[in-house]
Design a protein around this ligand. Structure first.
Ligand SMILES: NC(=O)c1ccc[n+]([C@@H]2O[C@H](COP(=O)([O-])OP(=O)(O)OC[C@H]3O[C@@H](n4cnc5c(N)ncnc54)[C@H](O)[C@@H]3O)[C@@H](O)[C@H]2O)c1
Length: 285
């Protein structure tokens, strides 16, 4: 049965279908209301799912996660996603708090000190590069290894991380995050193979359009990324809310046989060589 619920975005009404009724999970990475993870938490709740929210202890102080927790009736358990002891605490406590094993995990985490501090690609700080890899990619492996070791996933669970097309093509100023995303997608394939065999758990990445969030804004020339991608995408750029809808479907039972994929959620950008809009614009110059 479906019901109408009030969405918090532009006062739109959206239909809720109870797609995630009875499902439990962990959502990483909700920092503020623009975060993809924030929008996803709201939609998952509307669809009947329950979850624990988590973020790095430092982000707790900067962000507004307690507002989201209150709104969605969720608990917050802080964890630095690069720390295995933090993750063990998070996963075991989440199973306790939710009263059962997990059906979904959203990894919505990314950070590069080189990008944040504007280091040119020809002058990378390698300590920082290792940090970029650890936070933005290896943490995904750590999350899954912890979930496996604690036997915290239910059969037919679903795990998603967020990626960007810079894993396949170069974009100036995306810097070492391109390598981090390539590794993230590779980890999804390797762990997807393992978790599928072990527990029928599926693991995928969603490659999202450029989106105006705190992480997005940190990339140099981000406004130009947004405009270019919009012109090169027949459907335009996918919003954070649309990404949240896609993640929700990926956590539902309608996608049980999709695994080890990098799923493009980009309005067609990744398959566009050229668009009429771009031709028209260049012809004018
Ligand atoms: N915004 C975009 O244009 C875009 C496009 C494609 C993919 N993505 C990806 O989407 C994901 C979410 O980013 P967003 O755009 O919602 O931005 P965001 O800034 O709202 O979210 C990034 C999150 O990562 C968290 N984080 C950073 N270091 C952490 C750590 N050590 N432990 C735990 N959490 C940590 C931050 O606190 C923050 O909540 C990221 O993987 C990002 O790369 C973003």
């Amino acid at each position: 049965m479906s019901i109408f619920v009030r969405s918090n975005f532009n006062n739109w009404y959206r239909m809720a279908y109870n797609l995630l009724k009875g499902k439990k999970g962990i959502i990483f990475g909700a920092l503020d209301e623009k975060s993809i993870a924030w929008k996803t938490a709201e939609i998952i709740r509307q669809e009947g799912g329950e979850f624990v929210l988590t973020n790095a202890p430092i982000a707790m102080r900067l962000g507004k996660i307690s507002e989201l927790a209150e709104k969605t009736g969720s608990e917050i358990i802080p964890a630095d996603a690069t720390s295995v002891p933090d993750l063990e605490n998070l996963v075991s406590k989440s199973v306790e708090v939710l009263g059962g094993k997990l059906d979904f995990i959203l990894h919505s985490i990314g950070m590069s000190p080189n990008v944040r501090k504007g280091k040119p690609y020809g002058d990378l700080n390698y300590e920082w590069m290792l940090k970029s890899m650890d936070i933005s990619a290896i943490s995904f492996h750590k999350v899954m290894q912890t979930a496996e070791k604690l036997d915290a996933m239910n059969e037919w669970g679903s795990i998603i991380a967020l990626s960007y097309i810079a894993a396949q093509r170069t974009y100036p100023d995306y810097s070492d995050m391109a390598q981090a995303k390539a590794m993230l997608e590779s980890i999804a394939r390797s762990y997807g193979e393992r978790f599928g065999q072990l527990k029928n758990v599926r693991v995928n990445t969603i490659s999202q359009s450029p989106t105006m969030t705190r992480a997005g804004r940190g990339v140099g020339g981000f406004d130009a990324f947004l405009k270019f991608a919009k012109k090169m995408s027949p459907l335009g750029n996918a919003s954070a809310e649309e990404c949240a809808n896609y993640i929700t479907i990926m956590f539902s039972d309608f996608t049980r046989m999709v695994t080890m994929q990098n799923l493009m959620h980009d309005g067609g950008f990744s398959n566009s060589g050229m668009t009429q809009e771009m031709i028209s614009q260049l012809m004018e110059q």
